[in-house]
Write a protein that binds this ligand. Structure first.
Ligand SMILES: [Zn+2]
Length: 372
């Protein structure tokens, strides 16, 4: 007996003791075991193990050492080597620092057994040393907001030869894309407008955020002063990188000054909690870029249109969206040849089909990552 106690004391002294946390998802019969590791006498769980059991998503930003954790539709931000984390704009102290050991990140067990219960009193309970938790959300991409650019009093760009309006083409392709996403992927598809009406840029992303959309896809048609300008490009949000991208950005953002109340409205967008939206966007940049690449590659391959590539720009319409978001410029309405194609029903079908294939590819890849 004495011997065992001594051994136990030695084990504690060397930090070798570890107990594990049992987690039972309500409605399931078998508990999962969240393995604990003792580091410097403190109990930790590996962050990836935690995410697997809780179906949470974690992402590291190697630049600023931030670690984002998404759980039950909420976001936690941790800092490497710090005991502090933020949740719903408040800062909390979990007493022990989040640690890195090689490529692995370790979260103090205390966060799991104590802190989570205070943040989610209804979803997380401790019963007889077993953590009973509400069924975590299925993280698959299910809801998409399609945004046909312009509308109503704002026609967008107008064709050189046929005088086709951008707002009409954008809506045409969006409606076709909607049918494909619903029929073939069973997705929930919402449109920022489904007829010829004016919707402000802010209301478009606000709508996507309110509906808790997983993706935001804005469709536009390009225009240039030169009738020779042609091709297809896909944007995701960031500050514009090239002067050409800046020109497209200025054109699409112009609606704010022309139709939404001039410079006062523009200032409102600039002040629009920019830091906050910027912060939320950083973690979506990588996936927005991937979505943009998948869509661009598929349209170019399927339409044989000139590939102008994936670009970054600071579109107002993408700025406020808290989900992977892209803006596709489907061709130049100012180019006679492309305008002819864009008004063609068959060509619109092909555009919708190829954008659909790009989204599908992204979804399959993303769902796998988010649910394993
Ligand atoms: Zn446009």
């Amino acid at each position: 007996m004495k011997k065992i106690m001594i051994l136990a004391l030695i084990a504690v002294a060397f930090g070798m003791l570890s107990a594990d946390i049992s987690v039972l998802i309500r409605g399931e019969s078998k508990a999962s075991i969240l393995k604990e590791t003792t580091i410097n006498s403190i109990r930790y769980v590996e962050l990836n193990d935690f995410s697997t059991v809780f179906k949470a998503i974690n992402r590291q930003d190697r630049c600023d050492g931030r670690i984002y954790l998404h759980l039950y539709d909420e976001q936690f931000i941790f800092l490497e080597a710090s005991p502090y984390y933020s949740y719903k704009t408040e800062s909390y102290n979990m007493h022990y620092a989040l640690l890195r050991r090689g490529t692995k990140l370790y979260l103090p067990s205390l966060f799991v057994t104590e802190k989570l219960r205070t943040h989610f009193p209804k979803d997380v309970e401790l019963k007889a040393r077993v953590l009973s938790i509400a069924k975590p959300r299925d993280n698959s991409i299910t809801t998409i907001v399609l945004d046909p650019g312009h509308g109503g009093k704002d026609p967008g760009a107008v064709g050189r030869k046929l005088k086709a309006t951008e707002k009409e083409l954008n809506l045409g392709v969006c409606l076709k894309l909607k049918t494909l996403l619903e029929k073939e992927l069973g997705m929930k598809v919402l449109l920022t407008r489904s007829d010829d009406r004016f919707v402000s840029l802010q209301d478009r992303t606000k709508f996507a955020n309110e509906k808790k959309a997983d993706l935001f896809v804005s469709l536009h048609t390009n225009s240039s002063k030169s009738p020779a300008g042609k091709g297809l490009e896909t944007y995701y949000l960031s500050t514009a990188q090239t002067s050409e991208a800046r020109a497209v950005e200025a054109m699409e953002n112009d609606v704010v000054e022309r139709f939404e109340g001039g410079t006062t409205a523009k200032r409102k967008y600039d002040d629009l909690d920019f830091i906050l939206s910027d912060l939320n966007q950083t973690e979506n940049l990588e996936s927005s870029n991937l979505l943009a690449s998948n869509v661009q590659q598929n349209i170019v391959a399927g339409t044989k249109t000139l590939d102008r590539g994936v670009k970054q720009a600071n579109f107002y319409v993408l700025r406020g969206a808290f989900m992977p978001s892209i803006l596709v410029e489907m061709g130049f309405i100012s180019n006679e040849e492309e305008e002819q194609l864009l008004v063609n029903e068959e060509y619109q079908n092909r555009l919708a089909r190829t954008i659909f294939e790009g989204i599908k590819r992204f979804k399959f890849r993303y769902d796998r990552i988010r649910n394993t």
